[in-house]
Design a protein around this ligand. Sequence first.
Ligand SMILES: [Zn+2]
Length: 296
Amino acid sequence: MRFAIGDATVDIIVDDDDFTLPLTGYFPDRDVGLIERHRGVLEPDYLDLAGNLAKFAIQSFVLRIGGRTLLIDSCIGEQKNIPDIPSWHQRRDSGFLDRLRRAGVDPAGIDLVFCTHLHVDHVGWNTRRENDRWEPTFPNARYLFGRRELADWMTQYHAGSALPIHARALEQSVIPIVEAGRVDLVDDGFELGPGLRLVPLPGHTNGQMGLMVDHAGERAIFCGDAVHNPLQIFQPRLSTSTCVDQNVAADTRMKIFAEAADSGRLVVPAHFRGSRCACVRARGSGFEPVFSCRPK
Ligand SMILES: [Zn+2]
């Protein structure tokens, strides 16, 4: 799957297209009446109401722009200890790197890896198991981690307050990259190149950042987990039970949607199935997704 932003291309490399969480537990404040009204849009790709499931993809975006190749979020990976999520625990033969190659991208050809935040489903392919060590999967890449995001997680890790699923992700997929000297710490406003700027998207985690692309008259934002499901376009203040600050996450989401509705910017969250991304149109006091749009 591929879309264009001007003469730049974005390939969507899916690591898991069938990840579900209980709808009632993950979105406890959802508006049931609103979901019913938009059921025809949200089912079957994004919700399964009979099964009480919210449905997600875990996917990377490979942006080829200005002669460079950037991988945004690195999914789950293989051979990782993730006992909290059985289908991700010690996985093998996921086919992720084959799908990357079929898109015309060799792992050695990735110049930059940008993790929007350091959760288990955004850092996994940073490393792969070789000779009993976690080695960088992308041998020629610099890895961009948010300075605040990494500091926040390392503080929790050393204090012993990070949940085991987060601590293991740090040990297997983040700390080995730091120790290999492959990380560039980046701050809000950092410019990766012309028209490529990192913006703060706090709330899901404290230090999450997104990538704003303004290229050849077209616009997109890779916004990680600031948005999880198109349901949140209809109900923009709906945060998930895993967001570290649900109010801040809601404010971040409102800002993204308001700007996108104004500017025609394509919104590219980490976990949309179906269309994988959406434009956003203002409607009444809220918004609605436009799945058939092109970036503007
Ligand atoms: Zn995620």
